[in-house]
Design a protein around this ligand. Structure first.
Ligand code: UDP
Ligand code: MG
Length: 316
């Protein structure tokens, strides 16, 4: 029985060597066999050099995928999943916020509980500001209301799962990959394991407020078409109001004769209705853009090199 650790790395030059050491220590004297697939997601620092050195020193345990540029964590994870060979697969960050020791517990849990396919770590207490946790809470309550699948607040993508689950994930062909949503969509029995995230070892987080917002929108758009329906409802409401107002204007004209003043009403209506139309066009556009990108059928990532075993492979 073997577990493969899939580790996406973007500018983690100071972390990867330590990660290997910690992982090795975690699995020492355990009955679990392991190997690590590092995915260099177009790092701009010396991460790839460090990874190559790790590979040279421990080619039995380490393989390295080098992507042709930065494709984002979700793409890096997919690349790693496709190359993972273990019976179990664990997704772990390179910055040691997610301790490899916990993977051992996760694998043991899966070994003991055949009815479960996934063990997901979730943070009971997050080290973050009140504002951030409030915003996140709102996001999850909203997304759970409008999406057909359930999102588990606080669950991270620090997970260990069986091969079958990995294959299900690989078979999801979407370009925009929101892994939390993908995990809920594919189903399988998930056990949630509370854990406390450590402080980042070195370097800094890649999440900015802008990136987080984009990510949240991605999750939203990928798993619900509710905004499109919202556009329909809003259109209906506005149409009903327009008909009522039209009747009012006709009756008023018939009874009181034609009145010239009415400029404010017209201006207000034009502004309001153009606003509504633009909003709805925007919503349509968001979905259209996604269909466009998906329609081009571009790969989610491109592998430049794959270092494994004792030979080197170069792929386009
Ligand atoms: N990561 C990646 N590609 C990216 C951004 C991040 O592979 O474009 C990796 C990063 O190297 C780390 C993991 O994803 O191993 C989580 O990133 P980070 O620590 O910045 O996120 P946080 O822990 O702050 O949520
Ligand atoms: Mg981190």
């Amino acid at each position: 029985m073997k577990v493969t650790l899939v580790v996406p790395c973007y500018n983690e030059e100071k972390n990867v060597a330590l990660f290997y050491e910690v992982a090795e220590a975690a699995f020492q004297n355990k009955k679990i066999e392991y190997d690590i697939v590092f995915v260099n997601d177009g790092s701009k620092d010396n991460t790839y050099k460090e990874l190559k050195a790790l590979f040279t020193a421990h080619s039995d345990k380490v393989s390295v995928i080098n992507l042709s540029r930065n494709f984002g964590k979700e793409a890096a994870i997919l690349a790693g999943l496709k190359r993972a060979s273990g019976d179990y697969i664990a997704l772990v960050d390179a910055d040691l916020q997610q301790r490899p020791e916990i993977v051992v517990d996760m694998v043991n849990y899966l070994e003991e509980h055949e009815e479960y396919d996934v063990v997901a770590a979730y943070q009971e207490h997050r080290i973050e500001g009140k504002l951030m946790s409030g915003v996140k809470k709102m996001f999850y309550s909203l997304i759970n209301k409008v999406c057909d699948i359930e999102f588990y607040a606080g669950a991270s993508d620090f997970r260990t799962f069986r091969r079958t689950v990995a294959e299900a994930l690989i078979n999801m062909p979407e370009y925009h990959r929101f892994s939390k949503g993908l995990f809920s969509w594919i189903g399988f029995n998930t056990h949630y394991l509370p854990y406390v995230a450590e402080e980042r070892n070195a370097g800094e987080t890649k999440w900015s407020v802008k990136k987080l917002m984009k990510y949240a929108l991605e999750g939203f758009m990928s798993f619900t078409t509710m905004p499109l329906r919202f556009a329909t409802y809003l259109g209906m409401i506005v149409s009903v109001c327009a008909v009522l107002y039209m009747l009012f204007v006709i009756i008023k004209t018939l009874v009181f004769g034609e009145a010239v003043p009415g400029y404010p009403t017209i201006v207000t209506l034009i502004l309001f209705l153009s606003g509504v139309q633009l909003l709805i066009l925007g919503i349509l556009g968001e979905y259209l853009a996604r269909i466009y990108v998906q329609g081009k059928g571009r790969p989610v990532y491109i592998e430049k090199e794959f270092l494994h075993g004792s030979k080197e492979e170069s792929e386009k």
